[in-house]
Design a protein around this ligand. Sequence first.
Ligand code: SF4
Ligand code: SF4
Length: 369
Amino acid sequence: METPGFLPMERFQSLLEELTRDGFRCVAPQIKDGALLFQTIEHIDSLPSGIEQTQAPGHYRLQQTDSPRHFSWANGPQALKPQTFAPRETLWVSEVTANGELRFHEAPTETEPLAVIGVRACDLSALRLQEQHFQGAQSDPYFSARRRRLFLVAVHCTHPAATCFCAATGDGPEATEGFDLSLYETDTGYFVTSGSLKGETLLHRLDVDQGDATQYAKARDEVIDAAGLQSRQLPEGDLQQNLFNNLEHPRWQEVAERCLSCGNCTQVCPTCFCHSENDVPDISGLKTAHERQWDSCFTPGHSYLHGITLRQETSQRYRQWLTHKFGSWHEQYGRSGCVGCGRCIAWCPVGIDPTEELAAICSAEAKQP
Ligand code: SF4
Ligand code: SF4
C-alpha cells in the first residue's frame, strides 16, 4: 500500500488558499448555536479545535478538550443536502407584461464554485443517493447545477457518536469514493489522498511531506477501529419484507404516542428528498414565483390528495417514513435510504430511535400481531 503525502497542521491553511485561488468559496464545520454547521471559512483558525461531542437519543452537546485535532467529532445537523437541494428556492417566475402577455422566466441557479471541507463517508453515500434521485431518468437542473460546482474534501471519521451506525449500513466510517480529496487526521497533520482528477491536480500543488508508513497505518487503524466503537445495529434478515409483513404491528401505535409529527428527523436526514411546490404571488398580482421547499412525510399536507389527507394518524406517517426509508427504497434505488448517520436519533426531540423501532418490529424475536 502506497503511503500518501502528509500535510502538516501548520500548512493546512495552504489547502484553503489553493482552493480559493481556483475560485472556490470554502465552507467547513464551525460552531454556531452549540452545534457544528457548515459555514464560510477563510482561515483554519475558525475550525473547531479540540471539540468533541456527545450524541444520544434527543441529545447533542459539544465539549472542549485539549486535543489539537479539528475533526474529533461525528457530525452536525447538516449533511451535504442543503448544498445541492436547497431548503427553499424559486424554480421559475411568471409575470404579466405591460401588454398583457404571460411570460415565464427560469430562476437563476447557484453556480458559485463551492469547496466543502470535512465531509463524512455517510454523507458522501447520501449524496450518491440524492444523485440517483435527482439525476435519474429526468435530471433536475437545479440539483445538477449545484452538484457540478462542488469540490469535496472528506475527512475519515475517527470519533463516531453513540447514535452512529454507518458500519452497519456499510457507508462508513472510511470514505471510499465520491470525494475529490480525503484526509486522515492525526495530532500533527493529515495524510492526503485524491479521489478525482481535480483532486489529484490540487494535491500536486500542495506542499506535502513524504508520508511515514507507520504513522499512516496508525491513522487508518483509527478509522477502522471507529467502526468497532459503534453499537447500534440493524435487524438481520430481509428488512424490507419484514417491514411489509408487519404493517399492522402494534408498535406503530406505540411509537405514535411519543412521536410529535414534527418532521425534524426528515429535515436532518441527508437522503430525504420530499418537497412541496407552491406558487407565491406578489402583492401586485402580476407576478408569481414558483417555489420548491423541503417537505416531510410527517406533515398533513404531504399525503393530501383530492381533498383528503391520506395519512391522518401519526402512526401512519411514522410507518410511511420507516417502510419507505428501510423498505421500498430498495425497489426504487437498489438499497436502503439510510446511511447510518444517526442524525434522526440525536435531533428527534423525544429521542425516537429507528434502530430500536426496527428491532421491535422486524427482529426474529419480534412477535407478529
Ligand atoms: S434515517 Fe436517520 S440515520 Fe438513516 S440516514 Fe436518515 S437521518 Fe441518518
Ligand atoms: S420521530 Fe421524532 S423527529 Fe421524527 S417526527 Fe416524530 S418526534 Fe419528530
